[in-house]
Design a protein around this ligand. Sequence first.
Ligand SMILES: N[C@@H](CCC(=O)N[C@@H](CS)C(=O)NCC(=O)O)C(=O)O
Length: 210
Amino acid sequence: MAPMIPIILYGFKKSGHSHRAELMLRLLDLHSEFREVDLARGEQKTETFQKLNPFGQVPVIDDGGVIVADSSAILVYLARKYDAAGRWLPEDAEAAARIQRWRSVAQGPLISGPARARLFNVFDAPVDHAQAKDLAEKLCSTLERALDGVSFLVGPHATIADVALYTYAAHAPEGGVTLEPYPNIRAWLGRIESLPRFAPMPATKVGLAA
Ligand SMILES: N[C@@H](CCC(=O)N[C@@H](CS)C(=O)NCC(=O)O)C(=O)O
């Protein structure tokens, strides 16, 4: 059942975590409104915002008064609530476990590798860029092998596992991590980009040319 009123997404357009939530809303064809949270000015640390997320981070959604913070939690919520067919988050125990495994990767190595390397290049964040790049390359090698001979991470069609990993993998070049040596990753990114209603996270001036 579609939401009665638009789902509000509090996010930041250059945040891959926010883009995961935005992409899921689009893929499920859910009516939503985007509210930009000014991270540079610290809006996420205000009392008003921390009523939505005490951890002071985007993304957060407000679905008719149901507040859900954290990109990973948002993907689960939206899939469970609005995908009656259970395609994006199947009930089946094995598929659910395999999806959870990739969601753990999306909150672990994907952040310490590609996302952190991008933070350094795009936002001048004080991170160890060489270490982040090294971790990103290790992750890409593992992901490349996992995608050998398959179209999506879990099962024959896209699930929330693919949505969770997509954005920071696609934007790895912004962190100086080239995707050239990884044909399976590039083909998988292309399949996600071909899904109906897909829209990318805007590229930054650092660019996606690595
Ligand atoms: N575990 C959270 C992490 C979210 C996160 O790291 N958000 C960043 C933007 S990408 C943020 O809000 N940073 C601002 C801050 O921490 O002050 C999720 O998956 O949503």
